[in-house]
Ligand binder design. Structure first.
Ligand code: FAD
Ligand code: NAI
Length: 468
């Protein structure tokens, strides 16, 4: 007799493992199918965690190399030990994956180690990593199979010289010439890592701007700042071919609008042109689960697919491909299965790019408000006028608050500056609570701290900043 569960979650990433834990907390009998050798999904194994570990280490290397002298700290003979840096990253990943495994044990969640296929609306067949198959029954099935990289036709990823983010996290030498295709999250973060460690970084971007979707003023500032670091941008440009020869890769570039071709030689090329929902080998067609126009699983506001017992969350459904969005959906779907009525405010999901300085935003951009015809007021405050930023020697960037012109309700917050990713939590809370700019302006902020710039930007909405 197959084991019968209340819920079987397919995929052990931030969406799936969180759904499994929340469902177990709510008293359900839960199993999670995960094909990787470790839990935690893309995020913990080859995404958020290893990239942030390398960003942290490379930032320390860059600081030791040239940022500490101004503080009166002289260091001579700074040298890179890439093997140790990579080993540390692997250790951090291991600590996190084992952490998820511990949480599974604590919550009595069964980990079915292998690849899941939905054989029927109440049946999951698992091809076990150890060999053989196991069939389990479930009252509800949650698809949380995440996403995979988008490939470019004719450019074969070998994870050595032409790499995806996974290969870019594992390089054993610093490439002299690191070319990135795509000026999005991965391109800018991995470009920062290898640039800080000594690579010349060239980013080839199809559009005429970096980081599409981000507030355009912030994106322009980020581009300017990155250009002062190790980045060269080739915007409005497409890569039409990549040929590996000898030790390098020769790329053929063309203006996106058409025109003369040029060649660019790289030691390592990173393809970072986006990710796609991953539903391969899941058996969705046979069971009749409908997909959306981006080949993601189509769900309603309650994460239900068109098949009554089957739900989906995370990168495999529409919306930003972010770990915290997947986690919130994991909690929500488990609560829905338990008969509760959770709600996610998709306007209050923050996004952070962990460059130096960081860029963080929540809510609407100016472009979105203009397109929607919403009248808004802008409050801006530069970190050059923030006391703590001066103490820290990190004065680049600003906070920008967009508030409804009539009601003063905060509609969007965009921060470029050191610690922006940490500071955006206050703004997300403000949006979640429907705060006005006045609410933020009247909230006492400790001095001297970087978040005082948020308070000042809120004051600037009504043109009454104190420190500028
Ligand atoms: P995933 O994490 O992709 O997990 C899905 C899991 O399902 C995988 O482990 C996969 O092996 C498993 N699976 C798939 N099919 C099957 C099957 N049939 N049977 C069994 N198992 C299966 N987001 C952030 O918010 N912050 C960041 O800093 C950040 N950095 C990133 C850096 C990189 C380099 C990358 C690539 C991504 C980053 N992301 C970041 C995005 C983040 O990783 C994803 O949004 C998040 O992992 C999505 O979670 P998920 O649970 O939907 O899917
Ligand atoms: P992305 O969507 O962020 O950026 C892709 C970029 O490639 C875009 O600027 C796009 O215009 C460009 N592009 C597309 N096709 C192209 C082509 N043929 N030639 C040149 N440029 C092209 O995708 P990315 O960087 O691959 O990351 C995938 C996703 O992973 C992100 O969207 C994000 O959801 C997630 N992520 C999140 C991080 C974070 O939260 N800090 C970090 C890393 C990834």
């Amino acid at each position: 007799m197959p084991e019968i569960y209340d819920v079987v979650v397919i995929g052990g990433g931030p969406g799936g493992y969180v759904a499994a834990i929340r469902a177990a907390q709510l008293g359900m009998k839960v199993a999670c199918v995960e094909s990787r050798a470790a839990l935690g999904g893309t995020c913990v194994n080859v995404g958020c965690i290893p990239s942030k570990a390398l960003l942290q280490s490379s930032e320390k290397f860059a600081e030791a190399g040239h940022a500490l002298a101004a503080h009166g700290v002289k260091i001579e003979g700074v040298a890179l030990d890439l093997k140790t840096m990579q080993a540390r990253k692997d250790k951090v990943v291991g600590e996190n994956t084992r952490g998820v495994e511990f949480l599974f044990k604590k919550n009595k969640i069964g980990w079915l180690k292998g690849t899941g296929r939905i054989a029927a609306p109440d049946t999951v067949e698992v091809t076990l990593a150890a060999g053989g198959t196991e069939t389990v029954k479930a009252k509800s099935i949650v698809i949380a199979t995440g996403s995979d990289i988008v490939r470019l036709p004719g450019i074969e990823i070998d994870e050595k010289r032409i790499v995806s983010s996974t290969g870019a996290l594992m390089l054993t030498d610093v490439p002299k010439r690191f070319v990135v295709i795509g000026a999005g999250y991965i391109g800018l973060e991995m470009g920062s890592v290898w640039g800080r460690l000594g690579a010349e970084v060239t980013v080839v971007e199809f559009l005429d701007r970096i980081t599409p979707g981000m507030d355009a003023e912030v994106a322009r500032n980020l581009q300017r700042i990155l250009q002062k670091q190790c980045f060269t941008f080739k915007l409005g440009t497409k890569v039409t071919a990549a040929k590996s020869a000898g030790k390098g890769v020769t790329l053929t570039l063309e203006p996106a609008a058409g025109g003369a071709k040029e060649e660019l030689v790289a030691d390592v090329v990173l393809v970072a042109v986006g990710r796609r929902p991953y539903t391969d080998k899941l058996g969705l067609e046979a069971v009749g689960v409908a997909l959306d126009d981006k080949k993601g699983v189509k769900v309603d506001g309650q994460f239900r697919t068109n098949v009554a017992s089957i739900y989906a969350i995370g990168d495999v459904i529409a919306g930003p491909m972010l770990a915290h969005k997947a986690e919130d959906e994991g909690v929500a779907v488990a609560e829905i299965l338990a008969g509760q009525k959770p709600h996610i405010d998709y306007d209050a999901i923050p996004a952070v790019i962990y460059t130096a300085p960081e860029v963080a935003s929540v809510g609407k951009t100016e472009e979105e408000l203009k397109a929607a015809g919403v009248a808004y007021a802008v409050g801006k405050f530069p970190f050059t006028a923030n006391g703590r930023a001066r103490c820290n020697g990190e004065t680049e960037g600003f906070v920008k608050i967009l508030a409804d012109a009539k009601t003063d309700r905060v509609l969007g917050v965009h921060i470029i500056g050191a610690e922006a990713g940490t500071m955006i939590a206050e703004a997300a809370l403000a949006l979640e609570f429907g705060a006005s700019a006045e609410d933020i302006a009247r909230t006492c902020h400790a001095h001297p701290t970087l978040p005082e710039a948020i308070k000042e930007a809120a004051l600037a909405v009504a043109k009454r900043s104190i420190h500028i």
